[in-house]
Structures are given as structure tokens and as C-alpha cells.
Design a protein around this ligand. Structure first.
Ligand code: ATP
Length: 211
């Protein structure tokens, strides 16, 4: 799937009658990596959830390839184009890593088991495929969610704190995978309190500065 430009047009978010941001406009081209930064509570997760189509904005619009992602046919097609991984691992504790991934992928398109095993191997979970996730560590559960980045074919990735609970080696591997996705023309929008200055071409949107 070839990514298309993403445009934020005067986007605003209010929660509990408090304005988090207003008149947020920017255009992202395929191949870009955007880091949404800002202090705790500045609205990073809220913005990512709006961009994922999971939270309505209080004003403004967002377009993908020129079509609003909040209305009509654009809404459904956006959900097939973007992969959203929230800050909680969102794995079901009673299911194994393999079962979780089969279930999560089936929501968009079923995948074969050998591809699931390959993805779990990429995130260092070889040998842990069949263990119920409630018996995995916090970092391992996070890795189960992140295995989707090796499994699914969405052009746009929206990642909320993907490095949380991941060890140093895992962070380096994930950074390189994210960079590779952008270099191959994908679009990445992510929040992280982890510095990304050492990665080439990262664009930063600081919500602490826009309000
Ligand atoms: N479900 C909710 N209902 C009402 N207000 C919320 C809800 N979730 C978050 N908020 C409020 O919105 C504000 C922004 O929260 P958000 O999670 O977007 O910030 P953040 O920048 O991601 O913070 P952090 O760096 O701590 O993860 C906070 O003041 C929070 O209290």
C-alpha cells in the first residue's frame, strides 16, 4: 500500500472543558517520521487517538490523501491504512502471544501462523509463543504488541510510547525498524519521552510549545 500525505487542518482538542491544543495544522509526507513531544498532560496521547480516529476532535479536520478520516468512506479506509499501538500493551492475558497476534490481525486481515512466529522471533519472543501473556513480563507483553510492526502491512504507523518497558537492545532494534519503515516510504507518528535526536530526519511537534 502506497502511503499518501496526512494533513491536520486547524485541529483542536478539549478534555474536561480544558483546551489541550487548538488550530493545529501540519502536513506530513510519505517517508516522514514525526515525534509528538511535550510535558505530561500536554495532550500527546489525545492527539494520537484523534489521529487514529478513536477520539473526535473538538474542531478541525484531518485528511489522508485529501479525504477526511472522520467522515464517510474516508473513515473506514483510514482504519485500514493506519496501525495504532497505544501506550498500554492491549494483549489479552489468558491468550498466548501467538493467539493474541492471530486475533489482533484477524480484525483487519487473517495471517498465517508461520508469519506470526517470524514476527515473534523478530521481537525476541522465540520460545514464548505458547505461554499465556499474563505469565510474560511487562517488556515481553509490550513486545507482543510491537510484533504487529513486523506482521501487518499498514503504510501509516501511530505509536504511543513504543519504547516503554523495552530494554536497550530492544530499543535499538525497534528504532532501526521504525527508521526502515520511514525510509521505505511509510509514515510514522509517535510519542516518546525517549530522545530521538540521534535518528536522521525526525520532525518534532512539541505540544508544550503550540499552546
Ligand atoms: N478519558 C479522559 N477523559 C477526560 N480527560 C482525559 C482523559 N484522558 C486524558 N484526559 C486529560 O487530558 C489531558 C491530556 O492527557 P494525555 O494523556 O493526552 O496527555 P499526554 O501528553 O499523553 O501525557 P503523558 O505524557 O503523561 O502520557 C490530561 O490533563 C488528562 O487528564
Amino acid at each position: 500500500m502506497k502511503p499518501l500525505p496526512v494533513e491536520l487542518d486547524s485541529l483542536a482538542c478539549e478534555r474536561d472543558q480544558r483546551e489541550l491544543f487548538a488550530s493545529l495544522s501540519l502536513r506530513l509526507e510519505p517517508g516522514e517520521l514525526l515525534q509528538v513531544a511535550g510535558p505530561n498532560g500536554s495532550g500527546k496521547t489525545s492527539l494520537l487517538r484523534i489521529m487514529a480516529g478513536l477520539l473526535p476532535p473538538s474542531a478541525g479536520d484531518m485528511r489522508y490523501g485529501g479525504e477526511s478520516v472522520f467522515r464517510g468512506a474516508g473513515r473506514e479506509s483510514w482504519r485500514q491504512q493506519r496501525l495504532y499501538i497505544g501506550h498500554a500493551p492491549a494483549v489479552k492475558g489468558a491468550l498466548s502471544a501467538e493467539e493474541n497476534l492471530a486475533w489482533l490481525c484477524a480484525l483487519s486481515r487473517p495471517v498465517e501462523n508461520d508469519r506470526i512466529w517470524h514476527a515473534l522471533e523478530q521481537v525476541g519472543l522465540r520460545g514464548f509463543e505458547d505461554i499465556p501473556c499474563h505469565n510474560l513480563s511487562a517488556g515481553q507483553q509490550r513486545r507482543v504488541a510491537l510484533a504487529r510492526l513486523y506482521l501487518e502491512q499498514h503504510p501509516v504507523w501511530i505509536l504511543d510510547e513504543p519504547f516503554t518497558a523495552i530494554d536497550k537492545t530492544g530499543v535499538a532494534a525497534l528504532e532501526s525498524h521504525i527508521l526502515q519503515h520511514a525510509q521505505q516510504g511509510g509514515l510514522v507518528i509517535m510519542t516518546t519521552h525517549h530522545g530521538l535526536e540521534h535518528l536522521p530526519g525526525v520532525r518534532c511537534l512539541d505540544l508544550g510549545q503550540v499552546n
